[in-house]
Design a protein around this ligand. Sequence first.
Ligand SMILES: Nc1nc2c(ncn2[C@@H]2O[C@H](COP(=O)(O)OP(=O)(O)OP(=O)(O)O)[C@@H](O)[C@H]2O)c(=O)[nH]1
Ligand SMILES: [Mg+2]
Length: 240
Amino acid sequence: MSTIIIIPTYNEAQNLQVLAPQLAQAVPEAHLMLVDDASPDGTADKAEELFKTRPEYANYSVLRRTGPRGLGLAYRDGFSKAMEKGYDRVLQMDADLSHDPFDIPTLLAASARADLVIGSRYVRNGKVRDWPQRRVLLSRFAGWYVRQVLGTPFTDPTAGFRCWTRKGLQAVKVGTLRSEGYAFQVEMILRAFRAHLNIEEVPITFSDRTHGKSKMSWVVLFESMLLPWALRFQTGRYKE
Ligand SMILES: Nc1nc2c(ncn2[C@@H]2O[C@H](COP(=O)(O)OP(=O)(O)OP(=O)(O)O)[C@@H](O)[C@H]2O)c(=O)[nH]1
Ligand SMILES: [Mg+2]
């Protein structure tokens, strides 16, 4: 079964030096595609250089985006490309080492049963390491808020560590998603839920980023608060 890992990057050059060897060790058979938004720190160039250094990185590549940047926009392009290339499974994760490559096999194993597997911090046995209490509370509140507004049952709907089967991504109709930023994660989960896909949450250990800066901002928070309402009333109106 062919698997690709998609990682959106914005100024993550330093983290990739650590992440790439861990990925190669944890899931040697998987391919990797970074989706970079012209990071000013040269993430794309540095990653391409790094990928030339070891044979284990032969199937690692960088998709360079131009135009407006955004997590949702990057994922939309990455997912479309992965579908075009015919992969059976697509795993998504962050570049900042918050998501542990050694948790990937757990997600892949569950994807034999589910079209969407969510790596959850808040399901039984899930963990959050090194986050200040304030950040944990905000994240848990976000999850609660999404459950209330959208009626989805998932413990961690804002998490970005997920595995999709090809069938799952097809059902979600990635090309027609509307959020450009972080709300993209929530929008995808809602689509998956409404498409009656098999969805499973598995426990992961999440760690705070150690290098680089957060892209979280008030604008991001604002979009995340409002979008669930827009989505709630959008029932079934998206076209292919
Ligand atoms: N291509 C692209 N990637 C992005 C963009 N914004 C964030 N990312 C990446 O998306 C992933 C998640 O972003 P983070 O900044 O870690 O967001 P977060 O986990 O909510 O916040 P912190 O971990 O506290 O920084 C990381 O791999 C980022 O590099 C963007 O505009 N474009
Ligand atoms: Mg992060």
